[in-house]
Write a new protein. Structure first.
Length: 225
């Protein structure tokens, strides 16, 4: 749940803060009051790409900061997998600069845009007048079907089982590849050992061969002498 939103030097807004409460929060105002600016700021929080065009005139950077509480288990898992600690709260801060050196912070730690975009759709969902167009997107159909059949919990359980099976299959393939590599190494070592056995090497043989080579290299001089 979104608890706080802080916007600074964003579009025409100098600085503003919103403290939201549980339940329905309504923001109203006449055209040009800044409602769309708040939605654009939430878009940045949800992982949309930032542009220097949102920076207030004569300023070098714009900042949007949001506090979320009561995170879902799915968000907790995604953040944990990415190496971020949450403690049931998440503070997202985005800084957009004119130089293009934009930064994202999750609970005070730098984060890539991909991580924020991955969890953004679970944190913020912006509905518009063309929201029904999502019905034409095939990637939304499965979620709608699961929701209609009240199979959300079963779908999550199935996903966990599938992910476990996929991990086990990857581990099995890795073990098979390791075993095959060991077999190839064993065959190579056996072949090398067979070559050494057939060579009938003996201690000091290399020194004797070097001495013989030295004699042969100087054979002409030795003959003339």
């Amino acid at each position: 749940m979104l608890r706080e939103l802080r916007i600074k030097n964003f579009a025409v807004i100098d600085e503003v803060g919103l403290d939201l409460q549980s339940g329905l929060n309504i923001i109203t105002g006449e055209t040009g009051a800044g409602k769309s600016i708040i939605l654009n700021a939430l878009g940045l929080i949800a992982g949309e790409r930032g542009s220097s065009e949102v920076i207030r005139s004569q300023e070098e950077e714009a900042t949007v900061e949001a506090l979320f509480e009561g995170l879902s288990a799915e968000i907790e898992n995604k953040l944990g997998a990415a190496g971020f600690e949450t403690n049931s709260e998440l503070v997202i801060k985005r800084i957009v600069t004119r130089s293009g050196k934009n930064r994202i912070y999750l609970n005070g730690s730098l984060a890539p845009l991909a991580v924020l975009a991955d969890i953004g759709s679970f944190l913020v969902h912006i509905y518009g007048q063309h929201e029904h167009h999502t019905l034409l997107q095939p990637e939304t159909h499965l979620n709608l079907l699961d929701a209609f059949a009240d199979m959300g919990a079963l779908a999550r359980t199935m996903k966990e089982s599938y992910d476990g099976l996929a991990d086990a299959w990857r581990n099995l393939n890795a073990a098979r590849q390791s075993l095959e590599q060991r077999r190839r190494e064993k065959n190579l070592l056996e072949a090398q050992a067979e070559e050494l056995a057939q060579s009938r090497l003996k201690p000091g043989e290399e020194e004797e061969l070097r001495a013989s080579k030295n004699v042969l290299a100087h054979s002409e001089k030795l003959y003339q002498g």
